[in-house]
Design a binder for this molecule. Structure first.
Ligand SMILES: O=C(O)CCC(=O)C(=O)O
Length: 184
């Protein structure tokens, strides 16, 4: 059971197979590193940023870049489900089970941003964990191919999330986290 403010919708995006293959082939994927205490570690996933507004994330500055036709089509499906017109998206490519995302919350928005996030998953089903900040709450959900995870306003200050590594050959996964960011 997900905490209040979160909702999971299976099969929320049509043409999921085509979108997965298309995004893997078409997105200009970037490789980045984390810099911690003078040491660099490769980011365990590939990423790209699209939208009207530039974004700084994990020490990386992403310039504004218009949605591609495919990302606009996925955004339209998300808007039809949520009623929210998102103007930016972080796209993550997990090449296999060794790729992951550590505990964090998407709470580093500039002032004026709406902190609801719509997260679309394509490809390999992966476990997504939630933990309450300053509390004992825990939850997990399997994010399946073509699914939508809604993280409503107020969820990010209260909860962190992660996508843990998994053993074995789980296959490729693409995740798109749509956000509404105000121009600065
Ligand atoms: O891949 C996922 O499902 C999680 C993505 C995520 O946590 C993020 O983009 O902030």
């Amino acid at each position: 059971m997900l905490p209040p403010g979160f909702a999971y919708v299976a099969d929320a995006v049509a043409d999921a197979d085509a979108h997965l293959a298309g995004l893997v082939a078409e997105v200009p994927w970037e490789d980045h590193v984390f810099r911690i205490f003078g040491r660099t570690t490769p980011m365990p996933r590939r990423i790209a940023w699209y939208g009207e507004v530039p974004y700084g994330y994990s020490g990386v500055k992403h310039p504004a870049r218009p949605f591609s036709a495919r990302i606009a089509a996925i955004a339209a499906a998300v808007e039809a489900r949520t009623g929210v017109a998102f103007n930016t998206v972080l796209v993550n490519l997990y090449r296999g089970g060794a790729d992951s995302m550590g505990w964090h919350a998407d709470d580093d928005y500039p002032p004026g941003a709406t902190a609801a996030i719509a997260s679309v998953s394509l490809g390999a089903a992966r476990r997504f964990d939630l933990r309450e900040r300053g509390g004992a709450g825990r939850a997990s959900v399997i994010l399946g191919h073509g699914s939508l995870l809604w993280m409503g306003e107020g969820t990010q200050p209260a909860w962190q999330h992660q996508l843990p590594k998994v053993r074995g050959d789980v296959g490729v996964r693409v995740n798109l986290t749509f956000r509404s960011l105000a121009a600065r």
